[in-house]
Design a protein around this ligand. Structure first.
Ligand SMILES: [Zn+2]
Length: 283
């Protein structure tokens, strides 16, 4: 996303509280806490980056000199990049940054919220990293004394040698998560099947990158094991949704009233899941 400093001025100027409200809107349900949007203490700028204060907020940026005639801003997963003509003095770059500070801060908050959403399903496979299990945070601990994988309070102890590679850790923990997913689904599916008066012909775990769940015309339900990262409410909604397809293999009004029979509070979960990953629809 790029804005031209001279032409692309944002029309609306939001107050800092509005900015915070905008960020909150992206996460309609407090099911997961967001990491703080403002850094508690200014961190030193990494080498090659400059830093400035926008409002009270320390912001790092990369300055690139180019042949362009205007100062441009771009914000993405790499942070803020400023492109300026070679002849423009730093003071003028700084002035342009201040002028666009509200737009820049808003975009940075949006990116952080977006990344936070992504991080909830993408795990760093390292000792000390956190992962979500049924909506709560678990800290991964490589523990040579642990047998297999042990869930111990907020810790997930993984019995591996201290210098085990990421792939080994990922394999162990994913196997554990899949087993937990299977347990949770095996417990929840009969609940909704009883309410519906119909059970799936079979159900299996899926690892699809593109779907949380699906249901075929012959009544086979597939559920993504990664749902085990989410609160039970979300898992229940996905199960209710797929089981409702046993009666209505469409997304028409009768389908949604069936979902409502099975899981009356489904709207909250539906909105949450929709807002969640931009690329994972429900089949
Ligand atoms: Zn569906």
């Amino acid at each position: 996303m790029e804005r031209n400093a001279r032409r692309g001025a944002p029309r609306k100027r939001a107050s800092p509280t509005q900015l915070a409200a905008d960020a909150a809107l992206q996460l309609p349900l407090p099911l997961f806490e967001l990491p703080p949007t403002a850094p508690a203490a200014p961190t030193p700028a990494p080498t090659g980056l400059r830093s400035t204060l926008l409002g009270a907020q320390p912001v790092h940026y990369e300055l690139r000199r180019s042949r362009r005639r205007t100062i441009g801003f771009a914000i993405d997963d790499r942070g803020l990049r400023v492109t300026a003509p070679r002849w423009v003095p730093l003071a003028e770059v700084e002035r342009a940054l201040q002028e666009k500070s509200r737009w820049i801060l808003r975009k940075l908050i949006e990116w952080r919220a977006h990344q936070a959403r992504r991080e909830r399903v993408s795990v760093r496979w390292q000792h000390g990293a956190t992962l979500r299990y049924l909506g709560s945070a678990l800290t991964l601990a490589i523990d040579p004394d642990a047998r297999g994988v042990a869930h111990d309070g907020d810790l997930l102890r993984v019995g591996l040698a201290p210098h085990a590679g990421e792939a080994q850790l990922e394999d162990r923990v994913q196997a554990w998560l899949k087993a937990r997913a299977r347990e949770v689904f095996a417990e929840r599916i009969p609940l909704f099947a009883r309410r519906l008066g119909r059970a799936p012909s079979r159900w299996t775990l899926s690892s699809a990158r593109t779907r949380w769940g699906s249901c075929t015309p012959d009544g086979a339900v597939r559920l993504n094991w990664r749902l085990v990262h989410f609160p039970l409410e979300i898992i229940d909604y996905v199960i209710a949704h797929e089981l409702a397809h046993l009666r209505e293999l469409n997304h028409g009004p009768r389908f949604w009233s069936t979902v409502g029979e099975l899981f009356p509070e489904f709207n909250r979960a539906r909105a949450w899941l929709r807002n969640f990953p931009d690329d994972m629809p429900l089949g």
